[in-house]
Design a protein around this ligand. Structure first.
Ligand code: FAD
Length: 450
């Protein structure tokens, strides 16, 4: 019989955290607008040209602020994610990204129209004059071009066809945008005059952003990896295209990690060291080893199956909020498809007794951890349903329809529901849960997509 250990650690009230983060965001933006407001007395914006120009300036200030907020959202500061919730940070990143580009385009268009109107010049003439005479304007043009390219790349249709590595590298050029916009703001911005409050405030904002990035993406991972010195202990085949990697290291008991968390793993082996990929834990941390379970879907995951024992591992994280401390209900329902069984298998060790697991797989061969799930179910008074059949098999599909799910789990609306798997499955399940009136706060989703 397998022995189960439940790690400690305080939960943070996400809704309070979210309120604090949103309040700080809006307060920060309000303060950023103050110098413009003070410099733009009532009555000074009279006529077409001044109105266009001031709208352009305000859009520039808001755009500059959103750019900085964007970087804080991607700083991987764990408290931010814990306070907001992983999926929400991603959603904010997407929304702020879209608003940022709208603000930047408004800034460019309104400023050009305003100046052209004031100078009675044509738009092309005015544009050329501004680009060739204003300091740091070339960098502003380059930064705007990169931002527009990033928005294009974020389109789902483009992401689907683009190799992840290419998308990732182009996305890294956003750091160049930060540098270029900094130059443009401090050289051309009306509110950035020497010794002004505006200049001091924006300097403070840039320092906060750079400090968050350095801490979240460099210092915190470096400290964690120096402390725990992780190595590959064993690679175990689970099925034809799924294998588990057991990781050992120092002081694992002290690692603040829970079932449902994922790390970005960098395996310092030939052909792998230059990439870091996210994988969830597939067993609850037990202080002796960590386990991740990988489905081969591409070239990198194929290489991982041949990792030699002893390879050093460098991780960033833990990340994600697909964890038991998010549960507000005493009992849980866990729905997994494909490699989504990994965090679900781990969560079953930590969630209270009486959980129900529905594991959707195309064939019996695709089922991994079958024996572990059955042993755990017995140990934790849980039920496990294996729903096996091809994608279009009516019986298997029925199990996840509102009627089918209610038959399997009559009290579904009173359970905390964790869903993990391919996006087609997760979207269909979320739709079913909503139709069964399961409250949104009880639905936890891990789409395996960032
Ligand atoms: C939070 C999270 C947890 C995950 N947990 C697991 C797990 O426990 N087990 C498992 O088998 N898979 C997991 N995945 C998926 C896994 O990260 C990808 O399957 C893997 O990175 C594919 O790499 P590849 O080069 O072999 O395939 P590719 O063909 O290059 O990529 C296949 C797809 O994987 C995604 N992907 C590729 N590289 C990355 C990357 N560096 N970062 C993010 N996404 C990437 C892209 O969307 C791409 O379309 C998880 C993904 C996320 C986002």
């Amino acid at each position: 019989m397998m022995r189960v250990e439940v790690p400690a650690g305080p939960a943070i009230n996400p809704s309070l955290g979210r309120v604090v983060l949103v309040a700080v965001f809006w307060l920060g933006l309000a303060v950023a607008v103050v110098p413009w407001w003070q410099d733009t007395p009532a009555g000074s914006v009279a006529g077409v040209a001044p109105t266009l120009t001031e709208v352009g300036r305000l859009a520039g200030i808001v755009g500059g602020y959103l750019l900085l907020a964007q970087f804080v959202l991607m700083s991987r500061i764990s408290r931010l994610e814990r306070w907001a919730g992983g999926n929400l940070v991603l959603r904010w990143h997407r929304d702020v990204g879209a608003s940022l580009v709208v603000m930047v385009v408004m800034h460019v268009v309104f400023i050009l129209l305003g100046y052209a109107n004031a100078n009675q010049a044509s738009l092309p003439t005015q544009t050329w004059r501004i680009v060739t005479t204003y300091e740091a304007m070339i960098s502003a043009v380059v930064a705007t071009a990169i931002l527009l390219a990033l928005v294009l790349l974020a389109a789902r249709a483009v992401r689907r066809v683009l190799p992840y590595e290419v998308w990732y590298l182009v996305h890294m050029s956003s750091y160049l945008v930060l540098l270029l916009i900094y130059g443009h703001q401090f050289a051309d911005g009306e509110q950035f005059l020497p010794a002004g409050f505006g200049r001091r405030y924006w300097t403070f904002l840039y320092v906060v952003v750079v400090a968050s990035l350095v801490y979240g993406r460099v210092v915190a991972p470096f400290r964690l990896n120096r402390r725990h010195r992780l190595r590959v202990r064993e690679v175990v085949v689970e099925s034809d295209d799924v294998f588990s990697i057991y990781i050992t290291g120092r002081r694992l008991k002290e690692l603040q990690v829970k079932a449902g968390h994922y790390f970005r793993w960098r395996f310092l082996a030939r052909g792998c060291w230059w990439q870091a990929h996210p994988f969830s834990l597939s067993a609850s941390p037990n202080g002796r080893w960590l386990r991740l379970t990988v489905k081969v879907v591409g070239d990198y995951t194929a290489k991982l199956s041949m990792l030699p024992v002893g390879v050093r591992v460098y991780v960033a994280g833990p990340s994600g909020v697909f964890t038991s401390d998010r549960a507000s209900r005493p009992r849980a329902l866990l729905i997994a498809g494909g490699s989504g069984i990994a965090p679900v298998r781990a969560l079953l060790e930590e969630l209270p007794r009486g959980a129900i697991v529905i594991y959707r797989a195309r064939s019996g061969e695709d089922l991994v951890f079958r024996e572990e799930l059955e042993v755990l179910a017995e140990a934790r008074g849980a039920e496990v349903w294996f729903v096996v059949g091809p994608r279009d098999d009516p019986d298997s599909r029925y199990a996840l329809t509102p009627r089918g799910l209610r038959e399997l789990v009559p009290d579904v609306a009173y359970r905390e529901v964790y869903v993990c798997g391919p996006s087609g499955l997760t979207s269909a399940v979320v739709d079913t849960l909503r139709r069964l009136r399961v409250p949104e706060r009880q639905i936890h989703l891990d789409r395996f997509e960032l």
